[in-house]
Design a protein around this ligand. Structure first.
Ligand code: SAH
Length: 455
């Protein structure tokens, strides 16, 4: 049949796509992608875009709910761009993530009989994020509002209670918005580029109980500063209030300059035994409880006895490096962002760790260079690259150095599968273990950690 825009049809959802959308087929084999429908639902759909063999549909009605369909906690779950899977039970979310990792390794990596460990899920799949960036604006009625962007747009879905974050965020948002209203502080308007407050960045140290509030402002002065301080420091654990200057007209949330407002310009948090200082600009894992489980897995896979030399590539602020340094002779970290390396060095210092060293630069340049000029060596190499995976030049250097073990931490199982294929193909490594770790409940993202052993 020839399907067209605005056609209405009924179908069963049988699969789920990479963005968490439901996928179903009509009886004559036409595939429809339906946002907000979950596996097992029978749905009525209106076609919003029709291609020859597939199309996109809007969910009109759930005719028969899937046995795995649940009521989202958040009333804004559907319009908000932050979550994709709230209507699916958490058990099914985990199953979906586990299957996706497995199928990428099979289809892209060419592996069979994959040594998969069961996915490590969260005990509490809500309230896990330690960081949130709330955009501020005005709604149609002219009131100051905050919330999250709707998927793929910059219209604000109003909410002060995000169920992925800590509940204490809400009280901070209430106080900041009240302060703005009482003192005529204007929210930023993207269209005209006028107004002051762009985003409210909040961070919370799960172990330390310390709060950080950073207002991202389109200017370099905060009016009625004392009143803002007075209201925020009533909150238990308030440790750092700052402003971040961002006068750009694009989508980048944070500018480079931090203005101290009250207290410290950073908070401290711990993962396991290791402490980290976090400033508004630092990268820090957003789910500290699951991060700890991930790093413990990394430690388990690395099988350190205390006399090993370890290279931690793509090391960020040195989180994995410091974790491994507790059990290794020496850890070298490589990271491309100079500020992150500065934080890494600082974190080594506050933890009194002397057996770590950090280098700024591209992993695929630093490691080959050091190998050539100094003959550096590794017992274990850990990589934790961004979504695009590792550069070929780096994989070649790893193969040439031939460490006993490679621990690969990945946030994109497709590029992971591609890289593992290269290392395990003629490369001389064997895939020993694979373990997905869910760091981001209610979203489609999943981390995976793998152990490779030299054959
Ligand atoms: N291992 C860290 C961070 C991993 S995120 C942690 O667990 O916290 C990936 C990191 O790789 C980012 O910090 C990014 O800045 C860095 N990066 C991206 N491309 C890189 C490259 N070519 N060489 C080295 N680091 C890179």
């Amino acid at each position: 049949m020839n399907y067209q825009k605005n056609d209405i049809l009924c179908l069963r959802i049988t699969d789920m796509g990479n963005d968490g959308e439901g996928i179903g087929k009509t009886e004559d084999g036409y595939t429809l992608f339906v946002k907000d429908a979950v596996i097992g639902d029978k749905v009525q759909v209106k076609i919003i875009k029709a291609k020859k063999s597939y199309g996109y549909g809007r969910l009109m009605e759930v005719l028969e709910p899937s046995p795995d369909r649940v009521e989202p906690l958040c009333p804004q779950a559907r319009p908000c761009g932050g979550c994709q899977l709230q209507a699916l039970s958490y058990e099914k979310q985990l199953e979906y993530k586990q299957n996706r990792v497995k199928s990428h390794l099979e289809r892209i990596g060419g592996f069979s009989d994959i040594p998969m460990e069961p996915i490590i899920g969260m005990e509490e799949p809500y309230y896990y994020r330690n960081k949130a960036q709330f955009p501020v604006g005005r709604n149609k009625e002219g009131r100051i509002v905050t919330g999250f962007y709707a998927g793929r747009t910059h219209s604000i879905v109003e909410t002060r209670r995000c169920y992925l974050g800590v509940l204490g965020n809400e009280e901070i948002l209430n106080r900041v918005i009240d302060w703005m209203e009482e003192n005529q502080v204007e929210p930023y308007d993207e269209k005209s580029g006028s107004g002051l407050v762009r985003h409210i960045l909040i961070r919370y140290g799960f172990s330390s109980g310390e709060w950080m509030v950073c207002l991202v402002i389109n200017g370099d002065k905060l009016p009625a500063k004392e009143r803002l301080i007075r209201t925020l420091i009533e909150i238990n654990g308030m440790t750092s209030i700052t402003a971040n200057v961002n006068t750009r007209r694009d989508n980048v949330i944070l500018g480079e300059k931090i203005l101290p407002v009250w207290g410290q310009t950073y908070i401290t948090d711990q993962i396991g035994e290791v402490s980290y200082e976090i400033s508004p600009l630092s990268f820090y894992q957003v789910n500290p409880l699951q991060t700890r489980k991930l790093y413990e897995k990394a430690l388990e896979y690395a099988k350190l006895q205390g006399n090993e030399v370890v290279w931690d590539l793509y090391c960020g602020i040195g989180t994995i490096s410091l974790f491994l340094a507790q059990k290794a002779k020496k850890v070298y970290g490589v990271e491309i962002v100079p500020d992150a390396v500065r934080d890494a060095k600082r974190n080594a210092k506050i933890n009194g760790m002397k057996n770590v060293e950090f280098f700024v630069g591209k992993a695929e340049e630093i490691l080959p260079k050091k190998r050539k000029s100094e003959g550096v060596y590794a017992d274990v190499i850990v990589v934790d690259p961004p979504r695009k995976g590792c550069d070929r030049a780096l994989l070649d250097t790893i193969l040439e150095m031939g460490p006993r073990r490679v621990v690969y931490v990945s946030c994109d199982s497709a590029t992971l599968a591609r890289d593992l294929k290269y290392l395990c193909g003629d490369g001389g490594y064997r895939l020993e273990k694979v373990c997905p770790v869910d760091q981001f409940g209610m979203t489609v993202h999943v981390e995976t950690i793998c152990l490779l052993e030299r054959k």
